[in-house]
Design a protein around this ligand. Structure first.
Ligand code: SAH
Ligand code: AVI
Length: 329
């Protein structure tokens, strides 16, 4: 009897107590710090992933369209340069833009496997089911994991391996987190593997702030969703309506910051942590940074992490960059 291996697999590599432990640690340290903050990875429950997808369609949120413009133009060249057998993608979300790479790599005849990694199981499930339907010869091996704590790429995946990290999610890490990320990525890459990195560029602050404070309030809902995650997972009693969405440009650090502003003095209880947290009226709690990049400094930080930039492409309006980097010799 011939048994065929399934074309779509979903491997959950997060420890069973991930929510219990990692979320608790992050919330306990973030809510007792001065100033308060929460890491952005907790935005992405099923509703948050869906809201992010809505953000990518907003008129004000240019990064997705700008990166898509570059991919549309450059995917055939990327396929020819890399001849990838496996495409890994970190923080793959809906994998919508990735289809441009899948098309080009399938056309080139080299690709046999797509391996998306994300913390959001719902995003991976939806994307994977649609991809195996639309790409009949493709195997999709999805992994639920946190790329900050576990970046091992299976060495037995057909090479060469192309590791895509799109959408400028790299900008949601601060410089120290990025340095640690490059080092752990460099450790897992073989000599003929390649990194494809999307990075949003420094530009007019007005355009940037508008991209993170849209007229329809979708980004505001996305930002506040993290409070609903804490209410559900930790039995906290955040009143989502008692906080306002704030997006501001930090000129010195060249990053957009999203905060939640407490609309009044209030105390929030987090029973799962035995914690009672006081917010002053107008106090800001930072929920995300989105660093914007310049060519020279991004190339330099990659080099410091053992990665040499070989190609740098931008969209027509120079809003966004896509780069190919290889392990330094
Ligand atoms: N790459 C897609 C999605 C970007 S949204 C695009 O360009 O449109 C960011 C994605 O990264 C989300 O799907 C989120 O669930 C995932 N993500 C955020 N932090 C993560 C982490 N630490 N580990 C793994 N995935 C993460
Ligand atoms: C996923 N990440 C790159 C997005 C960004 O632009 O920083 C998340 C986001 N936050 C608000 N809007 C979009």
């Amino acid at each position: 009897m011939i048994t065929q291996r399934p074309r779509f697999t979903l491997d959950d590599r997060l420890p069973a107590d991930h929510l219990a432990k990692a979320l608790r640690n992050d919330v306990a340290s973030g809510l007792t710090a001065e100033p308060k903050s929460l890491p952005p990875k907790w935005f992405y429950d099923a509703h948050g992933s869906e809201l992010f997808e809505q953000i990518t369609h907003l008129a004000e949120y240019y990064p997705t369209r700008a990166e898509q413009e570059i991919l549309t133009r450059r995917a055939p060249e990327i396929a020819a340069l890399t001849r990838a057998g496996t495409l890994f993608e970190l923080g793959s979300g809906s994998s919508r833009k990735t289809r441009l790479l899948l098309d080009a790599l399938t056309e080139a005849g080299t690709l046999s496997c797509y391996a998306p990694l994300d913390v959001s199981p719902s995003a991976l499930e939806q994307a994977g089911a649609a991809l195996v339907r639309d790409y009949p010869s493709l195997r999709v091996t999805a992994t639920v994991t946190d790329f900050e704590s576990d970046l091992t790429l299976p060495p037995d995946a057909p090479g060469p391996r192309l590791v895509a990290f799109l959408g400028s999610t790299i900008g949601n890490l601060d410089p120290q987190q990025r340095a640690a990320f490059y080092r752990s990525l460099r450790r897992t890459l073989s000599a003929d593997d390649v990194l494809l990195l999307g990075a949003d560029l420094v530009k007019d602050p007005e355009i940037l702030v508008r991209a993170y404070d849209d007229g329809e309030g979708v980004t505001a809902e996305f930002n506040k969703n993290v409070l609903s995650v804490l209410d559900r997972e930790l039995d906290a009693d955040f009143d989502v309506d008692a906080f306002a969405h704030v997006a501001l440009w930090n000129e010195q650090q060249e990053r957009i910051e999203m905060h939640l502003r407490s609309l009044r003095a209030q105390t929030v209880k987090v029973p799962a942590l035995d914690l009672s947290v006081d917010f002053a009226a107008d106090e800001l709690m930072r929920t995300e940074i989105s660093c914007k990049f310049r060519r020279e400094s991004l190339t330099a930080e990659l080099a410091a992490g053992g990665l040499t930039v070989r190609h740098w492409w931008t969209d027509e309006a120079d809003r966004f960059a896509l780069l190919l980097a290889v392990p330094s010799r």
